[in-house]
Design a binder for this molecule. Structure first.
Ligand code: FAS
Ligand code: PHB
Length: 391
């Protein structure tokens, strides 16, 4: 089988890249290790930056997001028992974010792809990349027991942190940077009304908590937990009791508990692999970088990479120019590192670090008090939270 671009991974990065290439008439195939249902079952991100919502509309899959997504023009910081609102719209001169689950983004992209009958191999086994340093790379895999090989001109590694693409780059050609945080996030999805109309990020002496949502009837909550915690260690009741202890009195009174429809623990790490291009292989999204979810940047960084990569591939195949592919890695990494810095900063500010002790807690509270009292500091937080423009 031959194509112009083989995309490895059918998460948001791979599916969005496929949608943008299809609109430009560029032949491509997606190869995904899991089933479509499994991909949809992963509960991940919840906040979309304007860059992401604009891209979904450009890709022709933004209609339901525009109808059902919740536009948020602010969020609240909770510390020392009090909430302080960060007004995104005023502080950034009109920018906002949209609350719309990654699961729904993936569902919309899958539906559009299926309606166009674009070639997608799910449940591909033993996916391997070949010839990425030459001019005729290929991707091989077992499809329903049949050995299959796709010859292509470029491979887009959109297969996430644990994927095969980054591992296919010779170790001597790749520089990686990593920081692992000494805690995780225990997340619960429940069909209960959100505790507030906007997100609440809480810094408490018991640890971080986040009150988010998916709709007016479905809530998403997180609490910081120990790295060694296992999800079976946390009953729903234990989760709701701990969350209440991390909220202010008003939120505690409004909190509606319920049965979890999803409950999982995500480890927190910062990770970057450089460069994001090696020969005919391009890395995009979590395959190249990971941020702690505090700043809601993971999915939004992935869509930024995909915009740069789709523009570069369209320029190469349609205009026969190579400027975009030559600068892909440096353009992505400039934006990636700024988001890595913001996500590290916000995580460091909001979480309890065991070794920092009471002094560390007071320093965090002092920084938060300064931040909510300073237009300059709040503006910096707001413009990073709504997302930096694509250059
Ligand atoms: P993904 O990991 O989503 O997709 C990669 C795809 O490649 C998967 O479908 C996988 O099955 C497939 N794949 C893997 N190996 C393969 C192989 N060898 N062959 C073929 N296919 C292969 N971001 C936020 O903004 N907010 C959050 O709250 C948040 N929570 C998260 C919680 C968890 C547990 C994780 C892991 C991430 C979270 N993220 C969050 C970040 C997340 O949303 C990612 O940024 C987003 O999924 C990135 O999308 P992709 O780059 O497509 O990678
Ligand atoms: C979510 O709703 O899943 C979410 C929202 C904001 C974050 C992280 C996760 O910073």
């Amino acid at each position: 089988m031959k194509t112009q671009v083989c995309i490895v991974g059918a998460g948001p990065s791979g599916l969005l890249l496929g949608a943008l290439l299809a609109r430009a008439g560029i032949d491509h195939v997606i190869v995904e290790r899991q089933s479509a249902d499994y991909v949809l079952g992963r509960i991940r991100a919840g906040v979309l930056e304007q860059v992401t919502t604009d891209l979904l509309i450009e890709a022709g899959v933004g209609e339901r997001m525009q109808r059902e997504g919740l536009v948020h023009d602010g969020f609240e910081l909770l510390f020392k028992g009090e909430r302080h609102r960060i007004d995104l719209r005023i502080l950034t001169g009109g920018k906002v974010v949209t609350v719309y689950g990654q699961t729904e983004v993936t569902r919309d992209l899958m539906h559009a792809r299926s309606a166009q009958q674009l070639p997608t191999f799910y449940e591909a086994q033993d996916v391997r990349l070949h010839g990425i340093e030459g001019s005729s790379p290929s991707v091989s895999f077992r499809n329903k027991g049949v050995e299959t090989e796709i010859e292509c001109e470029f491979i887009a590694g959109c297969d996430g942190y644990h994927g095969v693409s980054r591992q296919s780059v010779p170790a001597t050609a790749l520089k990686t940077y990593e920081k692992v945080y000494p805690f995780g996030w225990l997340g619960v999805l429940a069909d209960v009304p959100p505790v507030s109309d906007e997100l609440i990020y809480a810094n408490t002496e018991r640890g971080f908590a986040l009150c988010s949502m998916r709709s007016a009837t479905r809530s998403r909550y997180y609490i910081q937990c120990a790295s060694h915690d296992r999800v079976e260690d946390w009953s729903d009741d234990a989760f709701w009791e701990e969350l209440k202890l991390r909220l202010d009195l008003e939120a505690r009174g409004r909190l509606v508990a319920g049965t979890s429809i999803e409950k999982s623990i995500a480890p927190l790490r910062s990770f970057v692999a450089e460069p994001m291009r090696f020969g005919r292989l391009f890395l995009a999204g979590d395959a190249a970088h990971i941020v702690p979810p505090t700043g809601a940047k993971g999915l939004n960084l992935a869509t930024g990479d995909v915009k740069y990569l789709s523009d570069a591939l369209i320029e190469y195949f349609i205009e026969k120019r190579e400027t975009g592919i030559a600068h892909y890695s440096s353009r992505c990494l400039s934006r990636v590192w700024k988001a890595e810095r913001f996500s590290w900063w916000f995580t460091s500010l909001m979480h309890r670090f065991p070794e920092a002790g009471e002094f560390g807690q007071r320093i965090q509270e002092a920084e938060l008090e300064y931040l909510v009292g300073s237009v300059a500091a709040s503006t910096s937080l707001a413009e990073n939270y709504v997302g930096l423009a694509l250059r």
